[in-house]
Design a binder for this molecule. Structure first.
Ligand SMILES: Cc1ncc(COP(=O)(O)O)c(C=O)c1O
Length: 387
């Protein structure tokens, strides 16, 4: 995390990566220019295609995910959409799960059907049903684990095997787990992608996305992106790089805190359910234990008083950003109703097993004692004010 991908890009004996803001790169030698433009010699031509700061970011993620190649994007959604649009053609089929990130679900349900591409979304965790759908044929198997907001887990190794047998490209969104807790490529995936906006950057001040995996696949995605233009900005790349130096420290602390918070919430009278893959009561705890090094910094809980209780309790929290984000150094709370699943109806949320009183927590790096004391006082306030 600290050194990977950095040395090649440093300049003027600087100990830090420079932010190269140049849009274009000049050449006096026409032959050299030609060679670089054709990709026969290393170098840069135009920053929509490649940029030294951006390349250092890609290199760092590539190494952390154990991938042969990586390419980056302006946002996580650009990583998701560019990856899908690179490989899918009219008449193709994607198999995925119902609990992917809301934006990804929209691509499956709203945009792909317009291109005559079918996306079959299976119940997350129903591995037999997913295998059956894969067996019917698909070009892409798209997984996300853990999922948003009920932190469900899918068995990546098992499904990647089925995907490969069907000749599909297996893609995994690893945003929640981060390369610290999970490496999908080691579990058989072909491509792993991230919203770098979240844990990778970690400071909620830069947006970005990245996809890593087999060279021949990443090259095709890079080509689609260089022409379609969802390029990562060098300033953002620098902020993401700087954030990533502390990725391990942050994520390990966030993982420990999420576990402590989950255990605390489980004991609370007003809490109906706690969703965290590290709890033995979690439906997919065994799979999580097998494929993850740690259970991650994301958890959710549902309050007994539903939406009314959320409205009373959340404003009372002191160490809390109440916002549609996650993975930052500050603890962030977000009800599914106003964040990940804002576009769903009450009935749709219910059908997905998301209670109206569900609140997602992204554990920050604060002392966990402070976070628990904060939750305790907000729950006490709730108990005194809930009718
Ligand atoms: C799991 C997951 N994937 C992808 C995205 C999209 O990332 P971005 O907001 O950077 O476009 C998000 C955003 O919340 C996410 O949580």
């Amino acid at each position: 995390m600290v050194w990977a991908g950095e040395r090649e890009v440093r300049a003027h004996r600087g100990t830090q990566i420079p932010v190269v803001v140049s849009v274009a790169y000049g050449y006096d030698d026409m032959d050299e220019w030609y060679e670089v433009a054709l990709g026969k010699k290393p170098g840069h031509i135009y920053s929509r295609n490649t940029n030294p700061t951006v390349q250092a970011f890609e290199e760092k993620v590539r190494i952390l995910e154990g991938a042969a190649a990586a390419t980056s994007f302006s946002t996580g959604m650009a990583a998701v959409s560019n990856t899908l649009y690179t490989f899918l053609r009219p008449g193709d089929r994607v198999v995925s799960i119902k609990d992917t990130y809301g934006g990804t679900t929209k691509i499956f349900t709203e945009f792909l059907p317009k291109l005559n591409i079918d996306a079959t979304l299976c119940n997350t965790g129903d591995h037999e049903a997913i295998e059956t759908e894969i067996g019917r044929g698909c070009q892409i198997l798209y997984l996300e684990s853990p999922t948003n907001p009920t932190v469900k887990i899918t068995d990546i190794e098992r499904l990647a095997k089925a995907g490969k047998a069907a000749g599909a490209i297996v893609v995994v969104d690893n945003t929640f787990a981060t390369p610290i807790n999970q490496n999908p490529l080691c579990l058989g995936a072909d491509l792993v992608l991230h919203s770098a906006t979240k844990f990778l950057g970690g400071h909620a001040d830069a947006m970005g996305g990245v996809v890593c995996g087999r060279k021949e696949l990443v090259e095709q995605i890079y080509h689609y992106r260089e022409i379609n233009g969802a390029t990562l900005d060098p300033w953002s790349a620098y902020l993401l790089l700087r954030g990533m130096k502390t990725l391990k420290l942050r994520v390990e602390q966030q993982t420990r805190s999420a576990m402590e918070i989950a255990k605390f919430l489980q004991k609370q009278e007003l809490v109906e359910a706690v969703y965290y893959p590290g709890l033995e009561t979690h439906v997919h705890h065994d799979i999580a234990k097998q494929q993850m090094r740690g259970f991650g910094g994301m958890l959710s809980f549902a309050l007994k008083g539903g939406l009314e209780a959320v409205g009373i309790m959340l404003p009372k929290l002191e160490y809390a950003n109440r916002a549609a984000n996650l993975g930052a150094v500050e603890t962030t709370y977000g009800p599914a109703r106003t964040t990940s699943h804002v576009e769903c109806t009450v009935e749709e949320r219910q059908a997905m097993g998301i209670p109206e009183g569900l609140v997602r927590i992204s554990a920050g790096i604060e002392d966990v004692e402070d976070l628990i004391a904060d939750l305790e006082q907000a729950l006490q306030y709730l108990a005194a004010h809930l009718k």
